[in-house]
Structures are given as structure tokens and as C-alpha cells.
Design a binder for this molecule. Structure first.
Ligand code: SF4
Length: 444
């Protein structure tokens, strides 16, 4: 938690020597509290003051990374309980399991199924971000062999899951360059797993069955020299797990309780695909950083990924598409032209309805800073000038041999001014774009 100006003042020499450029130590303390100065500007600051300020400035939740290259996963570094307070920084990750009992074609089929769990949604790619290798066999050799095979054929960050420190050691030895996440360190094996994590430079998962036990365990692991960890609760039911995850988040962020200031991981390995999906969505909402599921059913994975996408979108920055002229289908010089805004949800809704019409068309996307048609119009971001400017910028006149522009029905009131500004005939389209297919077939 940040220190107040008065708290900082108590740590300063109080000699008012002015070497920092401020008239008094108090003025300097106030400037520091507002992050307008650096403690380095005071040549007489004590080590105690430097340590206290550095600790106060550290983020309440540590950022933890695992995986390598383009598929490195970044977790944590969150600062708020609720998205609307600021935003969430590190999108939660969905991981799918691979058992080390699988071999040959069965193992290949499982990995292929996991690799295929990628989707496009409102113009963005979303998908599984990690694979969790389970030591179901109980054999350290089989676990290490499967982990090595997964590393070769699956690009995602890897989580090694075993109760045995020996098995984790064997698998980590074969995959250390992929920086796997080692799961789990418990009260019984914390020193051994921490030693492996330290040697291989990998983060680990600390697992305990209560919030209190978790705080003790993380301090034990830190004492063993490991700072990068992810917390996992052995919860008996969803209600208890959600409650404990919320409690840990609150203690970490609101009370700056460092022993719980780490991202979290939840295992969702039981139940039908539907149940795993529903449980995964609930856990992502409050506050799982990684959800490990067993199912590879796309219908079960997509709702979890959609939840991640929605929750981790910056509420101050709506998802936007690039403003430009989009040809939909095999357009010709006679194709109709319409415009919409660059709010992704609006654009992709219009695009899918134009595609459904099977009438090749142009959609001109006007930059309205990611707002929808009515919001942009009422905020004067969508007006005759912005549309006319976009038509000029994207050279619409030279793409077709007509001068007819279809506008959204909700902004029919723009017709007159738009006609004057562009010289084009304005056709008022439907209010709801679901009517576009019928409109395009009948009117254009
Ligand atoms: Fe106070 Fe340090 Fe500034 Fe001198 S340099 S006035 S001791 S804060």
C-alpha cells in the first residue's frame, strides 16, 4: 500500500537543507507521495527510508511468468478487485490436461485436440493458453517422457502436475527450457519442490486447503528462495473455492498482505464437459488466474474463453476494428455501400448479416473511437463530416460506379446533411441489421 506524505516525512532527515530542490522535507515528502519526485533526489535518505518506500511501491500482486517465446504466459500484477475501478491486466489462462498414461496415437490425438482449441471472436484470436501434464501413472519416467513429448508437439506453456517431487524433478529436467509451472508444492514437500523450482528457474504452484495454511506455505516457499508462485486451493466445493479466492484477492490488494499477493490456479478436472465449462466460467469471474480443465470439447471451452475476453477487456477502451472500407464477398463496381462504426460488436454484427444476405457489399467503417452507432451520434463522433471524411480517406467513390450510400436506420436524421456533405444519394437502411439481408435483396 502506498505511503502517505506524512508517513514518508517521518522517514526523512527533517533538516530542510533544500538539496532535493524542495523548500522543506515536508514538501519533498508530499511530492514523493504524489510520485512527482524520486527519493534519489535526497542525498541524505537513510537505507531504512529506501527500503520502506521500495516495499510500499511494490505491486500488491506479483507478476508470474511461465512458458517461453510467443506462448509465454503472464499472470497476476492485478491492482483492483473490480474491473470498473481501473482494468484487469493479465488475462486468465485456460489449460487442458494430458495424462501421462497416454502413449502413441492416443497421446497424439489428445495433443491435436488441444492444439485445435483456437477460435476467432469479434476479430480477435482466443484459445487455450497452456497444457497441464498429469502424473496419473505414478511413474517419474513416464511423466518425464510424456512431458518431453508434449513440449515437442504442443506450443503452449506447460504445467507439470504431480504429487511427487521426484517426478516433478524428472519432468522439469527434460523441459526446463520451456519454463514449466511446477504443481504442486504442499506443506509436506515444499522444500523439495522449491529446490527444483530454484534450480530450474521455474515458478511453482503452492497448494493448501485453507487461506491461513496458504499464507504459511508461501512464506515457507519464499524462505526456501522461490518468489514466483501461483496459489491453488484444495477446495471441497465451488462455493468454498470462490469464497477463498475472493478472500485472498481482497487481502492481497486491499490489505497488501504479501503472503497472498500472487495469482491463482484452479483445477476443474471432474464432471461433464458442461459442468467443467460452468465451473470454469464461475472461477474466472472470481478470481482464478488459470483454470485447468479436462475437457477438450470446443463447446465447453469457448464459454470460458469468452468470459476471459469480456472480463479482461479494458472498460475504458471498447474493442475496435480498423476504420477502412471492407469488401464483403465478391464485390463489383455495382455493389452497395453502407457505413457503420468501428465498435467491434457493431461491425461484426453488420458484417455477418451482410454475409448472410449473399449480396456482395462494401461496409465503410467510420472511426467513432469504438462506440456504437447511437452512442457515436449522440456524442457527435458520427456526423456528416466524419462520414464524408471517411469516404474521401478510403476512396469510396473510385470503388463503385454509383453514388448511393446506405445509412443505419437509427441515424436517418443525418440524411439531409449527409447528402449535402457527400453529394451522394442517401438510402436509409433498417434500424436493426438483422433485417439487412431482406433489405439488401429487395431494395438494392
Ligand atoms: Fe529534506 Fe532531503 Fe530535501 Fe534536504 S534533500 S530538504 S533532507 S528531503
Amino acid at each position: 500500500m502506498a505511503l502517505t506524505g506524512l508517513q514518508i516525512f517521518k522517514l526523512l532527515p527533517k533538516t530542510n537543507c533544500k538539496k532535493c530542490g524542495m523548500p522543506t522535507c515536508l514538501a519533498f515528502a508530499m511530492a514523493l507521495a504524489q510520485k512527482k519526485s524520486s527519493l534519489d533526489d535526497c542525498p541524505f535518505a537513510s537505507d531504512e527510508a529506501k527500503t520502506a518506500l521500495a516495499e510500499a511501491a511494490a505491486p500488491p500482486m506479483r507478476q508470474v511468468k511461465f512458458g517461453a517465446g510467443d506462448h509465454e504466459v503472464k499472470l497476476g500484477a492485478e491492482t483492483v478487485m473490480f474491473r470498473h475501478e481501473e482494468k484487469f491486466y493479465s488475462p486468465a489462462v485456460v489449460a487442458v490436461t494430458v495424462s501421462d498414461k497416454l502413449t502413441g496415437d492416443d497421446l497424439k490425438a489428445r495433443i491435436d485436440a488441444i492444439n485445435a482449441l483456437q477460435f476467432e471472436r469479434v476479430g480477435q484470436q482466443i484459445g487455450v493458453g497452456a497444457v497441464a501434464v498429469l502424473n496419473d501413472s505414478g511413474s517419474a519416467d513416464d511423466f518425464a517422457t510424456t512431458a518431453a513429448a508434449v513440449k515437442e508437439s504442443c506450443p503452449f506453456a506447460m504445467i507439470l502436475v504431480s504429487d511427487s517431487a521426484d517426478a516433478l524433478s524428472a519432468a522439469a529436467a527434460k523441459t526446463a527450457d520451456a519454463v514449466p509451472l511446477l504443481a504442486c508444492a504442499t506443506a509436506d514437500n515444499a522444500e523439495k519442490v522449491a529446490a527444483i523450482a530454484k534450480e530450474k528457474k521455474c515458478p511453482l504452484v503452492a497448494q493448501a486447503d485453507s487461506v491461513e495454511a496458504m499464507a504459511q506455505l508461501t512464506e515457507k516457499i519464499q524462505a526456501a528462495g522461490v518468489e514466483d508462485m501461483v496459489l491453488s486451493l484444495k477446495a471441497v466445493n465451488l462455493k468454498d473455492e470462490l469464497y477463498a479466492l475472493s478472500q485472498m484477492r481482497s487481502l492481497a490488494l486491499k490489505k497488501t498482505f504479501r503472503p497472498l499477493g500472487f495469482p491463482t490456479l484452479s483445477f476443474v478436472l471432474k464432471g461433464s464437459a458442461e459442468e467443467q465449462s460452468a465451473r470454469g466460467v464461475a472461477l474466472i469471474c472470481k478470481y482464478a488466474g488459470i483454470v485447468v480443465v479436462e475437457t477438450t470439447e470446443p463447446f465447453a471451452i469457448l464459454p470460458i474463453l469468452t468470459t476471459v475476453m469480456n472480463i479482461f477487456t479494458d472498460p475504458q477502451k471498447p474493442v475496435q476494428v480498423e476504420p477502412k472500407l471492407y469488401p464483403i464477398g465478391e464485390v463489383t463496381k455495382d455493389s452497395p455501400v453502407m457505413f457503420t462504426t468501428n465498435f467491434s460488436l457493431t461491425y461484426y454484427t453488420v458484417e455477418s448479416d451482410v454475409e448472410a444476405s449473399r449480396v456482395p457489399s462494401y461496409i465503410l467503417v467510420v472511426d467513432t473511437e469504438g462506440t456504437s452507432v447511437l452512442t457515436a451520434y449522440s456524442g457527435d463522433k458520427l456526423n456528416e463530416k466524419s462520414v464524408a471524411d471517411a469516404m474521401t480517406k478510403y476512396d469510396v467513390a473510385n470503388q463503385v460506379n454509383h453514388k448511393k450510400l446506405i445509412i443505419p436506420g437509427y441515424v436517418a436524421v443525418m440524411s439531409g446533411k449527409l447528402e449535402e456533405a457527400t453529394g451522394w444519394e442517401i438510402l436509409v437502411g433498417p434500424r436493426e441489421c438483422s433485417v439487412l439481408p431482406k433489405y439488401l435483396k429487395e431494395v438494392v
